[in-house]
Design a protein around this ligand. Sequence first.
Ligand code: ATP
Length: 578
Amino acid sequence: MAEESSNPAPPPADPPADGGEEGAAVSKKAAKKAEAKAKKEAEKARRAAEREAAAGAAGQGGQAEDLAKDNYGKETHETVLSPEAADINLKSIGEEHVGKVVVLRAWIQNVRMQGAKMAFVELREEGSWDIQGVVAASPEGTPVSRQMVKWVGSIHPESFVVVEATVQKPLDPVKSCRVANYELHIFKFFVHAAAPGMLGMTLAAANRPVANFSDEEPSVEKAVEDLNIAAAPGETAGIPAASMLTHLNNIVMHKRAPVQQAIADVRAEVKDLFRSYLKSHGFKEFEPPCLIGAASEGGADVFTLPYFGKEACLAQSPQFYKQIEIAGGRKRVFSIGPVFRAEQSNTPRHMTEFTGLDIEMEIKKDYKEVIFMLEGVLLHIFRGIKERCADEIELIRSVYPSEDFLLPEPGKEVRLTFAEAQKLLREEGPEEYRNVSDDEDMSTPQEKALGALIRKKFHTDFYVIDKFPEGARPFYAKLDPSNPKVTNAIDAFIRGQEVLSGGQRINDPEELKARIRQKGIDPASPGIKEYVHVFEQAGVPSHGGGGIGLDRVVAWLLNLPSVHLAAYYPRTPRRLLP
Ligand code: ATP
């Protein structure tokens, strides 16, 4: 045995002087005893050597060499990963990876030391995709030493790291990680970019529902309270929620929160579904300008800015430009882009910049073609999101609870006229709406009450209201030829909140000028004159379209408390940063 050869037993003791059988027996016994003693000594020496090495590895005494020193530390240009190790994505990890050496680049979400020889780490790659990693010191001190384990324990959460590991199946599923059926046995560990010791907002806090959306700077007490949310990462219970202001002041952690990433993913899918549906229905995409010479929707809600000695405006909608496209011979167009409103509306529904999803199309026979198209694209989005984003919706619901979004059965879409909707409110709505009028626009609480009524009565969270009173629509809305008190204009609602306005536009220049005058506007005023001229230049076919607020669709579909959560960088009267 190795111990015996490296620690040879001492020679047997001399035989006793009197000799004889008894003497021989005694000397045999003594030899055996000596041999056993020698073995024990050798084992003791071996263990002592091992202890010494371990103590050195743990930095006690600092004598022993760290045999794993090349396997951890700050990543540099000299860092070497095994050429055979494949880069892995947590989303696609599977049985085929078990036993294989892989490389993962991820954020440290949590580190837990298990004595001096082992550390458990949670590594998050994107969204909520995380996995458990085990870093265990090897008896030989390499590839993982105790020093390395200790160093791993000192890495700050949210540092970006690169690890090389073997994929293994844990004894029991790892409940705390999304990738529960596999774990990484890590033997190389490098920090690519370190996070500070104290985060402005922990991931756990960032993943809690936003506490309030006020843009007011919080009091000192409130700010301190918000800062105190820096609890242990990964912990959810007992972590106070932060305000939107704290979230935006810590924009990186806000964005890293799995709930925000899921919202962003849903948003991207909504855009994609909008675009693909319209393209498949013959619509062409175009880009309207943001910088324009006069207010596009009139009124005071326009941002102005200096423009080479003159004044320019930021477009309040692509309305006129969509119509110019139709006048210019395009049959069906759509645009996706920023819309600016200088409204002092500090509500969960408003921002000063939002993303408009706009369409405009030629009408062949009836303006209902426009309603069906707008309804069709929204239903396509809702059904597509349910199908494509089931995981994201589940994750978002765990933070912002919501009831299932009810959709109408195909062919049973709910379309009410404004007058029918008001009648429903008068007859079946809350007491305060007993006298609502058919000529006045609805208030927001009224719209919400109607949404609840329609959900109960028709089992849908999506519906269209048509024939808005003429006073509630802009000058370009076409009046109903058979009842000029109302317009061929619609709004669409989800969960009782407006997400779309649209309808038929006036295409006859004389009719248009008359409506402009009726609204108390001079048809020769800047911006309006040029608009009217579009219809005077050549014959323009009947047309209509609509504008959908992307941020609102995302927010109300997911039942978020504010549209600000659906935007990447919400802009409000007080907020221009980040
Ligand atoms: P509201 O009455 O709620 O202020 P609006 O009638 O002014 O909205 P439109 O001008 O018809 O809205 O705009 C079309 C769509 O754009 C709306 O249905 C909504 O989804 C979205 N939208 C309008 N204003 C805002 C805003 N300030 N912030 C976010 N989205 C908006």
